[in-house]
Design a protein around this ligand. Structure first.
Ligand code: P61
Length: 458
């Protein structure tokens, strides 16, 4: 019997993948400086680096690509997208961007002055880096449960409302140009934020006159978790849940490469007309004219259609259960993962997987490399390489509380057999975990270090 809902689609186009030998992988890893971002995708067997831009598009989306109108201004696909964005988010204004970080860049350029702070449950790395790039301070105020990988709390993406209010009072509302929530919380295990918490965040921020933006790239998965887990929502359609989530916010940044099922695209949406006008100026400077914003007409069309497909409940039921299937297989084998699993990924808990490697020796990165060597699988470290920061006063490294390896599941791409292979590879690795050693940097850039850093085994 199938262990999770049968895929609500069938496969029309396939792309071959190939396994390499251990000797080849050793050579590849060494050449890549022990950083899997530097490995060619063709040398990866199962690619779980990211769920971003890696979705399989539907036949409707591909058909939409052929209906792309490549006019510079006012192409018809923009209006299809406008209808989808307005209908789903309810925000009055929006601009397309080429991806999520471009929306962040435009928003923060319009809002943040040097020295100001942007609180959130947990910023993802591009958001954090874009706040810092404006001279701002990204502040994470995740509620405590979210930092405990073993807690089974239903909404481990919730922000700590009391700390949020205390923080605003401490720095003064004039130092907080906006507040954010990342739904679901990608840096903390893909955990959802409850409706109650989204509502309360809006109330606190608005009490101090501070605008509230959602980092909405996985809003549909978040909405589906609300349906599954929050009392009172079991019979509410996901689309309505999503609309309610957005109704408490003043705008959102969106990387459409996630829940809108496209390979490229994003947008920035808001209610404030004056902010919209300034965003248009920034957009023209950085991305393009406001009816295409860094995308081709065909991409706008795929995005408009993908937004609707992303809130389809049969798809979401399959999606969340598909991820859960991999997590359950890991738990059966006692492999330490962050529980419960998120919507888009299973996160290995590198601290408990490799307790013999101290954070200074980068256990998450070491585990990422070991997984590639063992089975040609590519995950991504979400731990010290991505987030450790130097204390400006003492010069000491501050390590993040969570040391994770994320196995992100591309949407509509891999089958149950692929996931079985991943679980079996992790199981083999777990059995010989004591043989895995730490790493040290041979090169580490200042900003978004993990993309281009290089390492060597200790
Ligand atoms: C990901 F290794 N995420 O999860 P853009 N907000 C949030 C994201 O998850 C996110 C963006 C904003 C990626 C891609 C990625 O170091 C990495 O469309 C919650 O990628 O610009 C992206 O959206 C930015 C992977 C990004 C990374 C940075 O895999």
């Amino acid at each position: 019997m199938a262990r999770f809902p049968v895929e609500p689609f069938k496969i029309k186009v396939v792309e071959p993948i190939r396994q390499t030998t251990l000797a080849q992988r050793e050579e590849i890893l060494q050449q890549a400086g022990y950083n899997l971002f530097a490995v060619r995708a063709e040398d990866i067997y199962i690619d779980l680096l990211t769920d971003s831009g890696t979705s399989a598009m539907s036949d409707s989306q591909w058909a939409g690509m052929m209906a792309g109108d490549e006019s510079y201004a006012g192409c018809r696909n923009f209006f299809n997208l406008e209808e989808a964005v307005r209908s789903i988010t309810g925000f009055r204004y929006f601009v397309p961007t080429h991806q999520g970080r471009a929306a962040e860049n435009v928003l923060f350029t319009c809002t943040i002055e040097p020295g100001q702070s942007v609180p959130s449950n947990m910023h993802f790395d591009t958001t954090q880096a874009n706040v810092i790039a404006r001279g701002g301070d990204p502040v994470n105020l995740l509620a405590e449960e979210g930092l405990d990988p073993t807690s089974h709390a239903p909404f481990k993406g919730d922000v700590d409302i009391e700390r949020l209010e205390a923080f605003i009072q401490q720095v003064g509302p004039e130092s907080v140009p906006l507040g954010m929530l990342t739904v679901t919380n990608n840096s903390g295990g893909g955990q959802p934020v409850s409706m109650a918490n989204i509502r309360a965040t809006g109330e606190v921020l608005h009490r101090y006159g501070i605008p509230f933006f959602l980092d909405a790239c996985r809003y549909a998965e978040n909405a589906y978790f609300i349906k599954l887990r929050e009392p009172g929502y079991a019979d509410t359609p996901v689309l309505e849940i999503a609309r309610e989530m957005f109704s408490y916010a003043d705008g959102c940044t969106m990387s459409a490469k996630k829940d809108a099922l496209v390979n490229i695209g994003g947008f920035l949406a808001m209610n404030d007309e004056e902010l919209y006008q300034r965003a248009c100026q920034q957009l023209i400077l950085r991305e393009g004219f406001p009816t295409y914003g860094g995308l081709a007409g065909r991409d706008l069309e795929a995005l408009a259609r993908g937004l609707w497909e992303g809130v389809d409940e049969r798809y979401l039921a399959y999606r969340v259960a598909h991820t859960r299937y991999l997590a359950d297989r890991m738990v059966e084998e006692s492999i330490p993962i962050l529980e419960p699993p998120g919507g888009h990924a299973v996160y290995l808990d590198a601290r408990r997987f490799l307790p013999h490697i101290p954070q200074a020796e980068l256990p998450g990165q070491a585990l990422t490399c070991a997984l590639f060597l063992e089975g040609g699988i590519r995950g991504v470290e979400i731990g010290s390489v991505m987030f450790a920061r130097e204390d400006v006063e003492t010069g000491e490294m501050i390590y993040p509380e969570l040391e994770l390896v994320r196995l992100a599941i591309p949407r509509r791409v891999y089958t149950q057999a692929h996931l079985d292979y991943v679980a079996e590879t992790c199981q083999r690795l777990y059995e010989c975990r004591e043989e895995i050693g730490g790493l040290r940097y041979t090169y580490a850039p200042d900003l978004l270090r993990h993309f281009t850093a290089r390492f060597e085994p200790l």
